[in-house]
Design a protein. Structure first.
Length: 345
């Protein structure tokens, strides 16, 4: 890449970063949903609908019009194009993508602490839950695909969960949407879900109640290691979480002890290339970005941490699995550009 191209790249990246901040404002203030529901609006109308200040609202609308995210007519009425609604306003769509702006802002809050952490090798302070809580980045994927496409694409697991009462342990469940999605897809399934984040567990319980599955999904703020010796599970899941864990081998060993005789562990984690490539794919560039600012720092508070980072390549996962006592690691060829699906037996 020559000098001019690099300079242009940084200019474009700056523009993109500022656009993500504008998307954060639209998400947090309800602008997108209001435009999707109410049709074309002036700045004054959108401000009145959302309870915001007209001058700020006008600037946001004009930014979005110049960015091509909104359309504007000669009367200065702004429209969210129908093709943009699934991405910006429909939280049930698999294309819904404004939640990444929340993650970006949350990470940005601690950049000064992160600079110091890079110097010392320690972990920066945790990101506060408030004001917006954790982003529900994977919610639409889980609700639409986990139980409806991804698990059915693994015949033995699908049969196990479909053929009668079955039990799943969902480790590091976060806001609970993976657990909820599995319970919705398999009516005889019960799920015991856990996460170390008490605030996430509280939100997950509310989500399960709203989804109508709280009678079959139980959440606890606990460590999976504490469950060894309890009832056995037909499936243990660790979904987009293993790479964040301080001690992934211990987590997998604990999961193995929870399995029924014909059970298996399903690790769903970020898709990566088999080897480091330079330059890498855009997807891998993004995952390294999250790793630098969120995933790796979160695992650096313990000197014995595996410090995996977001880019956990298949060879690394296989090593962890074998050290945890598994003899087989199968990568299922599920059509998906974000995740790999590892079954451990």
């Amino acid at each position: 890449m020559d000098t001019d191209a690099l300079s242009q790249r940084l200019f474009q990246n700056l523009t993109g970063a500022l656009e993500m901040y504008a998307i954060y404002l639209g998400e947090r203030l309800g602008y997108y949903r209001a435009l999707a529901d109410g049709g074309p609006m002036t700045a004054a109308e959108l401000a009145a609908t959302t309870g915001t200040a007209e001058r700020y609202t006008r600037e946001w609308l004009e930014h979005h019009a110049t960015a091509g995210l909104l359309e504007v007519d000669g009367d200065h009425r702004f429209t969210l194009p129908p093709s943009h609604i699934p991405v910006l306003a429909d939280r049930d769509s698999v294309l819904f993508d404004t939640q990444h702006s929340i993650n970006l802002v949350r990470v940005g809050r601690r950049m000064a602490d992160l600079v110091e952490a890079y110097r010392t090798g320690a972990a920066p302070p945790p990101i506060p839950w408030e004001p917006e809580g954790r982003a529900e980045s994977n919610r639409p994927l889980f609700v639409n695909l986990l139980g409806k496409q991804w698990l059915p694409a693994i015949p033995e697991i699908h049969e196990r969960l479909s053929s009668g009462p079955a039990r799943v342990c969902d480790i590091a469940c976060g806001l609970g949407w993976s657990s909820i999605a599995m319970a919705l897809a398999y009516p005889t399934l019960t799920v015991d879900a856990m996460d170390l984040d008490k605030m996430a567990i509280s939100a997950a319980q509310q989500n399960a109640t709203a989804a109508g599955v709280s009678d079959r999904v139980t959440f606890a703020a606990t460590d999976a290691a504490g469950l060894a010796g309890t009832e056995k599970y037909d499936l243990v899941t660790i979904i987009e979480a293993l790479h964040d864990m301080t001690h992934p081998v211990a987590a997998l060993a604990a999961a193995r002890k929870l399995l029924a005789e014909k059970g298996s562990v399903l690790v769903v984690d970020l898709w990566t290339e088999d080897e480091l490539t330079a330059p890498g794919s855009v997807r891998e560039q993004q995952e390294y970005g999250w790793s630098l600012t969120a995933c790796l720092p979160g695992a650096m508070g313990d000197q014995t941490s595996a410090a995996t980072g977001a880019v956990m390549r298949p060879a690394t996962l296989r090593t962890y699995a074998h050290e945890a006592g598994f003899t087989n690691v199968t990568i299922h060829p599920i059509d998906n550009d974000k995740f790999r699906f590892y079954e451990l037996t």
